[in-house]
Write a protein that binds this ligand. Sequence first.
Ligand code: ZN
Length: 137
Amino acid sequence: MADVHSKKIRSYNMSRIKNKDTSPEILVRKFLFAKGFRYRLNVKDLPGTPDIVLKKYKTIIFVNGCFWHGHKGCKYFVLPKTRTEWWLQKIKDTQKRDKKAEIELNVLGWRVITIWSCELKPKKVEQRLNSLINSLL
Ligand SMILES: [Zn+2]
């Protein structure tokens, strides 16, 4: 009984975290679009299925959730107290995939920019997105 309960809570938490992770990406997209940048989304024929591809600038943007991608030193990256080892392994695997995709993209001549969801919190978002634009131009 207890296990069923914790399983329910876990999947609830997971769906919540996942939903949270989609909105920062939309925020970045909307900002870029408003600034006149055009892009492709979730490009499957590139390593790592990049979130945002700016072909004209040979630049790829990944918008990473701090928990799922294990943002080092970030206050939003807190390992759950239960099944800690399992989560740690899962996040390490994600980080490995991220690194591999970045290297492959670099080899193909793409510049890779990672934006962390914590950088898109209300107090930081303006500065982060402006510096993104500056790095593109
Ligand atoms: Zn973070």
